[in-house]
Design a protein around this ligand. Structure first.
Ligand SMILES: [Zn+2]
Length: 89
């Protein structure tokens, strides 16, 4: 995988955004990275949607790990989410 140069003056590209989303959601991204991430999200709707999906997935999987809320609605949401990823890949 080729990492693009991290020049703070450059806007974050979609690829970097996708690579950094986990760090961003977990809050382990550094301040400069977060600022660039936020700036990119403000300008890029596909990435906003992607981050929203990732956040939902994280919340759902965390919920699953806790064990007691695997109801039909959750399962359906997961299936729908994974299917939409597959279609957009
Ligand atoms: Zn983007």
């Amino acid at each position: 995988m080729t990492m693009l140069p991290c020049d703070p003056a450059d806007p974050l590209c979609c690829t970097e955004c996708a690579q950094a989303v986990t760090d961003y959601l977990e809050g382990v991204i550094d301040d400069a990275g977060r600022a660039r991430f936020d700036a990119h999200l403000a300008a890029c709707e596909p990435c906003r949607n992607f981050v929203a999906q990732m956040r939902t997935t994280r919340d759902v999987t965390r919920c699953l790990c806790e064990g007691d809320c695997v109801d039909d609605t959750t399962r359906e949401a997961l299936v729908h989410l994974f299917r939409s990823w597959k279609e957009s890949a």
